[in-house]
Design a protein around this ligand. Structure first.
Ligand code: GDP
Length: 196
């Protein structure tokens, strides 16, 4: 299993032209704000401050890139769940996001983080659609599974799996960034996607 503990911040991009050159391997992380994307990246990489967990609503949305080594990167795609962001900003961001998902050659897969108590919201369904259209592999984390007991957590897992069972390149797992539940399964998926 690759070590994700030495992941380092690489750069931020406000638009696609500012991304590093499209070579090597990337895995992107997406999710509605508050689903726990920052906490997941921090848990995965064993660092408390890699991805900031306090965000200012309405500020410029940046794509943050982290590097495992000179060929492999983790990409933090901002969510846009902020009520304060204007429709124009959301539309511009959606355009950037879909373009990234469709055109980025080095993108190997997308990890979509959902709050297990609120799965498959509009944003998630849009991400799933774009991933399917782009022929991308998608791995869904049902995060904050520590908030539910085992029975309800497994019921949600089965429900989500059932909803998405027609898609061969989508996988789903229980996860808790707080308890680090499911972190090995996540790493296995990342290892496969990032294999040279
Ligand atoms: P982001 O907006 O998706 O980056 O979400 P954050 O990582 O900032 O987390 C949003 C909120 O959910 C914060 O209050 C976190 O403390 C909380 N949170 C994140 N992951 C978990 C988890 O696994 N379990 C629980 N109970 N809370 C979590």
């Amino acid at each position: 299993m690759a070590s994700y503990n030495n992941v380092k911040f690489l750069t931020s991009a406000a638009k696609l032209s500012q991304l590093p050159s499209d070579v090597g391997y990337e895995v992107a992380f997406a999710g509605r704000s508050n689903a726990g994307k920052s906490s997941t990246l921090n848990a995965l990489c064993g660092q408390n401050n890699l991805a900031k967990t306090s965000k200012t609503p309405g500020r410029t949305q940046l794509i943050n890139l982290f590097e495992l080594d000179d060929e492999r990167r983790l990409v933090d795609l901002p969510g846009y769940g902020y009520a304060k962001v204007s429709i124009a900003v959301k539309e511009q961001w959606q355009k950037t996001l879909t373009q990234y998902l469709q055109e980025r050659e080095c993108l190997r897969g997308v990890v979509l983080i959902m709050d297990i108590r609120h799965p498959l919201k509009d944003y998630d369904l849009a991400m799933i659609e774009w991933a399917v259209e782009g022929n991308l592999s998608l791995h869904i984390l049902l995060n904050k599974s520590d908030k539910l007991s085992r029975g309800p957590a497994n019921t949600t897992l089965l429900d989500v799996e059932k909803t998405l069972c027609g898609y061969p390149n989508i996988s789903v797992q229980l996860f808790s960034a707080f308890k680090k539940t499911g972190i090995d399964a996540l790493k296995e998926t990342l290892d496969q996607w990032l294999a040279r």
